[in-house]
Design a protein around this ligand. Sequence first.
Ligand code: MRU
Length: 366
Amino acid sequence: MEATTQIEAVSCHTDATGHIVVRLIDQRLLPTQELWRDLTDPERVAQAITDMVVRGAPAIGVTAAYGLAQAMQRAVAAGEAWDAAWRHWSARFAATRPTAVNLFWAIDRLAARQARDAGLTDDAGRAAGLLDEAEAIHSEDRAACAAMGRFGAALLPDSGGVLHHCNTGALATGGIGTALGVLRTALAAGKDLHIWVDETRPFLQGARLTAWECVQDKLPATLITDNMAGWMMQQGRIAAAIVGSDRIAANGDVANKIGTYAVAVLCKHHGIPFYVAAPTSTVDLACPTGKEIPIEQRTPREVSHVGGWAPAELLPPLQVAPAGIGIENPAFDVTPAALVTAIITEQGVARWPFAVDLAAMVAAAK
Ligand code: MRU
């Protein structure tokens, strides 16, 4: 049986007047409110990425691609000069979030397309080419998720608990997910697995988003707070861990949601395999090691207030720390390659020393 989902975090359509509309489910409000936003203004699409209305590395790339196509369609309709508009909007989307390299990879794909189309067509045709490229990025990501599912499912045990961190499912990608896609595929193939969902403080991607996906799609899952994972491992209730990634360095160091490093260290201590699933669009060969990966720092309000990430009128925040306390909020950490058992991409399974396999996989994906 093939793994599927009804959930679609990002989609795009043209309205009756032919204008591009980017549709997002507002992930700040899940699981208590399912609010779909139809965005017709590229500035709002860019802000939605920064504000985490949409999040997850591949979904950010897909959204930025649609948003850029929308921006250039509007610029052409307004009679603006192509080059100046392109410089403005590509820089605007590149400034939305710093860590997920899929964002920059998607912008580069569109940059190459508009350069290739220059002289071949008029500006309206060039803008249409960008929408075509964005749609290709989306459908390639859907296919990449399915392929990762097939490669990754074979690695997971036939039965037992699998720890999952953050949200890596349909809400974070253009398809069934990266790590959660692997779990969906293994379950659809009949493996008797149970998903242990880390809550993933402070934004609660696990408790709010992964748990919501598991309930929606009836996946066997149990939610735990982040600090329970070690105890569950010590009790023998976790047979493997699997996570996604926002950027993988050429040597296999893995940037992912804050707390991933702690999971990897716990796995090492307990002799549990630690898998990473990510498409080759997440591999950044220009970063030799994890040290070069920029780590996003987000507002202290996400830590001091549960729900502090959403508009207060839609989700009243709950203050959990006293005003005046110092707060840090790094959104990601880097897990050294030495702690990673295998990296699953849509091209296959990369193993230590990762540099060789990752370089071959990126080349094969081109
Ligand atoms: O800050 P977020 O929610 O965008 O971070 C998401 C993650 O860290 C995911 O694990 C990662 O993007 C891989 S999911 C496909």
